[in-house]
Design a protein around this ligand. Sequence first.
Ligand code: ARG
Length: 498
Amino acid sequence: MNKDKGIYRSRLGKQTDDFAIKFMSSISDDDWILMEDIENTEAHDIMLQEQGIIELNDLRKILKNLEEIKLKFKSGKISISDSFEDIHEFIEHTITKKVGIEIGGKIHTGRSRNDQVATDIRMKVRTELLEVFKVILNLIDILVNLANRNINTVMVMYTHTQQAQIGNFAHYLISHIDHLHRDIERIISCYKRVNLSPLGSSAIGGSSFNLDRTRTAELLGFDGIVENSIDSISARDFALEAVSVLALIMSNVSRIAEDMILWSTNEFGFIEIADEYASTSSVMPQKKNPCSLELIRARTGRVYGNLLELLTIIKGLPTGYNRDLQETKPPLKSSFEIVKDTLEILCRIFNTIKINKEMMSNTASESYAMALDLADELVRDGLSFRESHKLVGEVVRTLVKTNKRITEINLPFLEKISNKILNKKISITDKKIKDVLDPNYSLSKRSTIGSANPIFVKRMIKERLKKSSILKKEFANLENRINEAKKLLSKTIGSILS
Ligand code: ARG
């Protein structure tokens, strides 16, 4: 192509075979890290000059051209031929073509593509983690808002997809807010291990030049360095960890998606997603399909697949850089894309969702799910729990058999069954029975911390708001640190070029 043998190939007698170069090249995945790669090179070369390894005038020419590539990339005016092995070769080749090998040939002094690409990926992963962090915060805000409007929205809660206990919709939402808060905590913890600089480790054993590794780390916004040069260039556990965190996010939100799919059926009718997020049928005119939610369920599988792909690439690799590591970029990129899109669509769905409070409440009022509340009440009236469980179980069995509702239970009915089953008198009053069979009353009787009693629900919402505001500060800190480093780098470049 436009190269002789290619800038690295003097050891080899021949040009790379055209098919082989396409097979080996990572160019098509590398625009994901292009900006990071240029900043990486800028920081490295600034440090080289500060350490007296390259001349100021040479640095100026290099930086000017790197900045130009950045601008071209941002305005989409760059075309990168796939005859290059990767973005690193492309950039060095481009600069060298412009300023000649005597100057351009200095940009890679003391560096290897091994520490270079590890640095690029860490920079990219940390930015992506922060983007995910941000959308989760947004989703939590939307869910907290919805919870606030539904503190008294009574509904049935399910275990085994069977009616279990009376609860309320806000209580349900908080359970997912808590999952999402934990997802954020995992992001923060992972971020700490990601945001360390491998740069300056060279190919594997470190460099004979007097490189200042902490200076490049500073210019690139890292919190420190990966000290051991072998670890620096070999390790991808940070990437595995990031995708594990993403897989857990998908696992969590896929369950929300499933609930919404189920609850939007005619059979449940608890919620309705806005038309904008639904699909229809080409043949059945009545259909409103929750396709966006179904795709969240399915794409969870793709992120799991990416995780397995990464685990398998890394497993058993000899210590050091191996070209296999190149293949870690696509599953990383794809996982972040899926997770960000998923969280964004959930924000939109929950911003516009219709909660059918009446349907939820009607289902609750007719539900045998009040059986446990009745059983508890009978314990307070003197039965042992097992006696009470036995009695109420028989009561429900009789109701179901005779096609009766739970609200039709009265004292004579209970007494009759108690006589038969327990051979015992019971002392509950008719009024107490009526009370207990009212879902709101049942909820007001829940007295354990974290239960569905609206008093606890309100308290939980308040605490979740506090937690979110702490996490928002943490987010701002991390984002600020990156922005400050970006400013430092561009200020440094600016003063060198002026
Ligand atoms: N394209 C490579 C990657 O993405 C860059 C590092 C290549 N290093 C090497 N020694 N061949 O991993």
